[in-house]
Design a protein around this ligand. Structure first.
Ligand code: ATP
Length: 226
């Protein structure tokens, strides 16, 4: 699924968070979006998902984005009194895909008959991811998919992203853990003060990481006595 974003702008009152984003997302590609806390990554995702009003255009090569979008939010929301199994069924029903074989497809070994709201942080993330995977979407936005998940699950998620790419899906990830982006992405976009300031291909990931360490650490700690 190919998606073209042009001149996307979003403000909250006087706070101009996105000041004109132009990006292209292509089938079979994995994109990373990095930026400091508050840079606007989640706001950008919410605009793509149609959850926030914005200026600018989002064009899709076929159909409507929202009909093929799997959006894993940073903190997925779960209604009370809904079990993991019921949550997965609800997602399948929304896309009219079969909800059979949920136990076999429960690759994260989640306790599907417990209330999802009572899951741990990592379990909630994995349930949210499983739900959008079962829907067989074409475009995935994964907002911090590795946050809070254990090492085994992190490895599994890395492999899932590789396989989504192999299936020709489009994947957009944000993560504060650079190594996970290095392992999964083809391209990384840097969001800074409302604009995309750098777009980096695989061969430059090490250089970007080096620049980030230099900027983040530099001589900042010299004044700290511990
Ligand atoms: N609903 C809202 N109302 C007002 N301001 C908002 C709202 N949502 C986000 N913001 C502001 O927009 C800016 C970008 O926030 P956003 O959550 O998109 O950043 P982020 O890059 O995802 O940050 P983080 O890495 O911490 O998750 C911040 O200044 C934030 O306070």
């Amino acid at each position: 699924m190919n998606v073209e974003v042009r001149g996307l702008m979003k403000s909250f009152g006087q706070n101009e968070v996105l000041k004109g984003i132009d990006l292209d997302f292509r089938s079979g590609q994995v994109y990373g979006l990095v930026g400091r806390n508050g840079a606007g990554k989640t706001t950008f995702f919410n605009c793509l998902a149609g959850l926030e009003k914005h200026r600018g255009s989002i064009t899709v090569d076929s159909g409507r984005l929202k009909d093929r979008l799997g959006f894993l939010q940073t903190e997925p929301y779960f209604p009370s009194k809904l079990t993991g199994r019921e949550y997965l069924r609800l997602f399948c029903k929304a896309r009219r895909v079969p909800d059979e074989g949920l136990d076999e497809q429960n690759v994260f070994d989640l306790p599907l008959d417990r209330y999802a709201q009572q899951y741990s942080t990592g379990m909630k993330k994995k349930l949210g991811l499983l739900a959008v995977l079962l829907q067989r979407n074409g475009f995935f936005i994964l907002d911090e998919p590795f946050n809070g998940v254990d090492i085994h699950s992190g490895l599994l998620i890395t492999e899932i992203i590789r396989r989504l790419k192999g299936e020709g899906k489009t994947v957009l990830i944000s993560s504060h853990i650079f190594s996970t982006l290095k392992e999964t992405c083809d391209t990384i976009h840097v969001l800074n003060e409302g604009r995309i300031t750098e777009t980096i291909g695989k061969d430059e990931f090490d250089r970007l990481e080096h620049d980030m360490v230099a900027f983040a650490v530099g001589n900042r700690l010299d004044a700290l006595r511990f």
